[in-house]
Ligand binder design. Structure first.
Ligand SMILES: C[S@@+](CC[C@H](N)C(=O)[O-])C[C@H]1O[C@@H](n2cnc3c(N)ncnc32)[C@H](O)[C@@H]1O
Length: 329
């Protein structure tokens, strides 16, 4: 999965000129729906900034900014939202793939600082946002066979990739009675991912937006095929060995694991709630400002239970002594 997505030349995310998250690409995200998502996030971050004393310096760190669309939506909106907030804000993007860094630098110019490692930035106060990044972190795949867990592996017979299993059984502590043939994915390396992020701010808000569920639902004996899946031309499939580097690979986020890993790193989790509910809170004042029919239509797509509203979750955490400032209060 790591090679297919992040190989420096052939990885799915290593070719920024190829559209992925768009109508012409392989899948839609809340960002590709239009600028309203970024505008509502800007409002949420503004609320956090004002609740914490409107300091002169505020850093927004975006993880995995992809084509830079969210950054532009937020940055374009800030001056109208609050010129003081726009002046205080410094936008930083952390993106590990060199080709994407160059692409983002070209697209955003002076408007954002692009870094390849989170440790390259330290800020006193700010927010970190990652939309659909946790679901793109590589995960191991486990197979239940003869009452034991084995890790799945990938082999090649000279013609094509094939599934294999590693010989030694492994100990997994999932609760339940799992039948033979049951497949599930494990966690990505959350410590390596979240550890450096947790070091960026002295005080801050962390907003992760993604599809996923809690531990009990994810490893429920009825979910016998796991959640690892692929996207290509807006079709989903369950064949990760096909089209290596040419289709997206993704899994549902285990929010219980995220909370546990974040807590161990000193962060406090405030909520995991459906995107629809969260954005309705963020949008209260925005709705009173007579958005255009096009903007209302974007908002409906983002909150509709059958579209982005119930499938995606906002997971918010804080670091340090801050006012969390829930958007609904
Ligand atoms: C599914 S895309 C989401 C892109 C964008 N945030 C959106 O919602 O349209 C996942 C992105 O996360 C980036 N990514 C993966 N691992 C990362 C990491 N450790 N740090 C920062 N970005 C990462 C990938 O390069 C890719 O651009």
């Amino acid at each position: 999965m790591a090679e297919c997505l992040y190989h420096p030349t052939h990885g799915y995310y290593s070719r920024p000129e190829t559209p992925t998250a768009s109508k012409e690409g392989d899948f839609m995200t809340s960002i590709s729906v239009g600028p309203v998502f970024g505008q509502l996030l800007a409002r949420r971050f503004h609320k956090f900034w004002t609740a914490n004393g409107s300091p002169d310096s505020f850093t927004i760190v975006e993880i995995g900014a992809h084509d830079g669309a969210l950054a532009l939506d937020i940055l374009d909106y800030l001056p109208a939202l609050d010129p003081q907030f726009a002046k205080a804000t410094h936008y930083v993007i952390s993106e590990p793939l060199p080709q994407r860094c160059l692409f983002l630098q070209d697209r955003l110019g002076e408007r954002a600082t692009i870094i390849s490692k989170p440790k390259d930035i330290q800020a006193k106060f700010g927010v970190l946002v990652a939309n659909e990044v946790l679901d793109a972190l590589p995960v191991p795949l486990y197979l239940r066979t003869q009452n034991e867990w084995r890790e799945a592996a990938v082999d090649h017979d000279g013609k094509a990739f094939q599934w294999a299993t590693l010989p030694d059984p492994i100990d997994l502590s999932y609760d339940g009675d799992f039948p033979d043939g049951f497949v599930t994915e494990g966690d990505p390396d959350l410590n390596s991912f979240l550890g450096p992020l947790s070091e960026i701010f002295e005080k801050g808000l962390f907003t992760f937006i993604d599809y996923g569920m809690d531990e009990a639902s994810l490893h429920h004996p009825a979910r016998s095929a796991g959640t690892l899946r692929c996207y290509r031309n807006h079709q989903s499939n369950a064949h990760p060995l096909d089209f290596p580097g040419e289709q997206d690979l993704t899994e549902d986020v285990n929010f219980t694991s995220v909370e546990n890993a974040a807590r161990d790193l000193g962060l406090t989790q405030h909520l995991v709630t459906a995107q629809g509910r969260f954005l309705v809170h963020c949008a209260k004042e925005w709705l009173l400002k007579s958005p255009s029919p096009g903007e209302v239509s974007q908002f409906q797509t983002l909150i509709h239970p059958g579209q982005f509203g119930n499938r995606f979750y906002f997971c918010e955490l804080t670091k340090g002594d801050v006012d969390y400032a829930f958007p609904g209060d």
